[in-house]
Design a protein around this ligand. Sequence first.
Ligand code: G3I
Length: 338
Amino acid sequence: TDIRGLKDFYKNYFSVGVAVGKSSLNGEEATLIKKQYNSITAENDMKMEMIQPVEGKFNWATADSIVNFGIKNNIGIRGHNLCWHEQAPEWFFVGKDGKEVSKDVLLQRLKTHIDAIVGRYKGKIYAWDVVNEAIDDDSTKYLRNSKWYKICGEDFIIKAFEYAHAADPSAKLYYNDYNTERPEKRERLYKLLKSLKEKGVPIDGVGLQAHWSLQEPTEQELVTAVEKYSSLGLNIQFTELDISIYPWEKNKRAKRLGESDQFTSELEAQQMAKYKMVFDVFRRYKDVITNVTFWNISDRRTWLDSYPVPGRKNYPLLFDAQLKPKKAYWEVINFKNK
Ligand code: G3I
């Protein structure tokens, strides 16, 4: 068996990462991580509600163990994330009087949070997803009407980057979002990134989540997105890659339609082709792509098993439930000039 892993095959291109939790730091999953990857992201354990569930009460234990695992094994750590409308505890938005806080108070709380976490891991976390998913799902609207936005307007985005940069000037800072290859989202994300650049916000790059399917993105959509965002002088990281076997739009009704949740050889072949296409594009754009991270380790457990249809099995990754490389894995490492 080859002692090389994805990180070795891609060493002249970009780092290759994976989302992890506490349970993946021991045993056979840890062995696989050490062989295959040179970057890790905490799937949940650095999010606001995990780190500071109650004002001033910080839970560092799991995040620390992930950071220590990375350092000990010479694996880089991407931080995820500093500000998001999900997994942000309610206390952030509510004052002692039970009423919604002012913009000043909310920004102060955001700063305290960012100072604490970015400061704690200063010099240890090479990249942070500073703001996650701030663009509205409704394509006729621009920014999502989250509590952050309602109370602070666009300033919460700008401030989050400024706070993070001040807390660790050497960490690379990213805005992170999904469906970023769809034309309607692409134009709005481009508008946001351009305005941040024009305002002199300390942003280094854009995180494209890459929760994809067999249907999308097309090669043209992917190439257009990479070229468009990088034209702003930003580098690109694919931060949460997986390729679902279900069409995204039909996701919600698939179970009701009685569709099978078997990973048939036909789906396997389609997924292999899709992974080949996207990695071909990634390699072509290695000058602007600095990291590609998979969202979960293997088909043994992925967030797509419970979303959006609870209990419907999915098979979106390069390793199967036994942690064996799938056909798509061999396709991803099968290229010249490794
Ligand atoms: O920790 C609790 C556990 O105590 C409880 O018993 C259990 C019962 O539901 O829930 C556990 O929390 C779950 C948490 O994951 C940890 O496993 C939450 O319910 C569940 O909603 C949460 O889902 C995470 C999701 O973000 C939250 O929105 C997924 O694991 C995680 O993969 C997903 O990751 C996001 C990225 O951060 C941002 N981009 C999209 C991506 C996929 O949604």
